[in-house]
Design a protein around this ligand. Structure first.
Ligand code: IPD
Ligand code: CA
Ligand code: CA
Length: 262
């Protein structure tokens, strides 16, 4: 039986080291960006961060497997302990010097998500959670918000800048949600969006086309903070799916209803 708190400590150490590396890195000029897919750029900094994280995770937990966005992206469960790593979430922000990006490390044991750490790089703030242990920022316990009325809600989202085939659907969702809420934010890091839902700063979040490393840590944070994360049909198996809705229980229910109506 693994102690989830120990796994969080290992993830926290690796995320901290990567965050230091990212803060010290010289921001690459646009000539050094590689287009991974349409509108999606990557640099040696993303890969360097992931190599540091993987080394530290596997040194501390021998036999564990790393699934990382840049170097080892296949989501396979061939080990008891699987780390799901985004070494730089918010690469576009990082490349433009917009200070909203993070390191995200989720952990699954026996196929179930059980620990998550999100390090907000520019604020040097750490969000952590483990199953049964709550969600925390430093020594403060995190709780999702108590807002129940859409008109008072601040909702986070991500635009489908890569998968343009979903743009029409997304714009219909955006219109329906915008009509009812107090505000919508698109800050550019899904991991931080989820951390802010866990912290009660955002009341809900939705996005199409996310990857496991964007959400693994955030899912644990939100669930431990009393919130819900599901597919748009309410299914809780989110790691194997890319359309995600999250929020406090009331706003999550409203979000699913609204998304289902367009
Ligand atoms: C992206 C960010 C962004 C979200 C994209 C992600 P990356 O991750 O989380 O907010 O809208 O869907 O791919 O590429 O910067 O790691
Ligand atoms: Ca990401
Ligand atoms: Ca990334």
């Amino acid at each position: 039986m693994r102690d989830y708190k120990d796994l969080v400590k290992v993830a926290e150490g690796a995320a901290r080291r990567a965050a230091e590396y990212l803060r010290a890195a010289v921001r690459p000029g646009w000539q050094a960006w590689t287009e991974k897919s349409q509108h999606d750029f990557v640099t040696d900094i993303d890969r360097g961060s992931e190599a540091l994280i993987a080394e530290q995770l596997q040194r501390n937990v021998p036999g564990s497997l790393v699934v990382g966005e840049e170097l080892t992206p296949a989501l396979v469960a061939q080990a008891e302990v699987v780390w799901i790593v985004d070494p730089l979430d918010g690469t576009t922000n990082f490349l433009h010097g917009y200070p909203e990006y993070a390191v995200s490390i989720g952990c699954a044991v026996g196929g179930a998500l059980c620990a998550g750490v999100i390090h907000d790089v520019t604020r040097d703030t750490v969000y952590r959670a483990w199953t049964g242990g709550g969600a925390w920022i430093d020594k403060a316990r995190l709780k999702v918000s108590t807002v129940t009325e859409p008109k008072r809600a601040l909702i986070a989202t991500g635009f489908p800048f890569r998968q343009l085939g979903t743009l029409e659907t997304y714009l219909r969702q955006f219109a329906a949600i915008t009509r009812d809420v107090s505000g919508i934010r698109r800050a550019g890091s899904a991991a931080l969006d989820l951390a802010h839902v866990a912290a009660g700063n955002f009341d809900a979040f939705w996005e199409l086309g996310l990857a496991p490393w964007d959400i693994a840590a955030g899912v644990v944070l939100i669930r431990e903070a009393g919130g819900l994360v599901t597919r748009f049909d309410g299914n809780e198996d989110v790691l194997n799916h890319d359309n995600i809705a999250a929020g406090n229980p009331a706003m999550h229910a409203w979000l699913l209803k609204t998304l289902g109506s367009v």
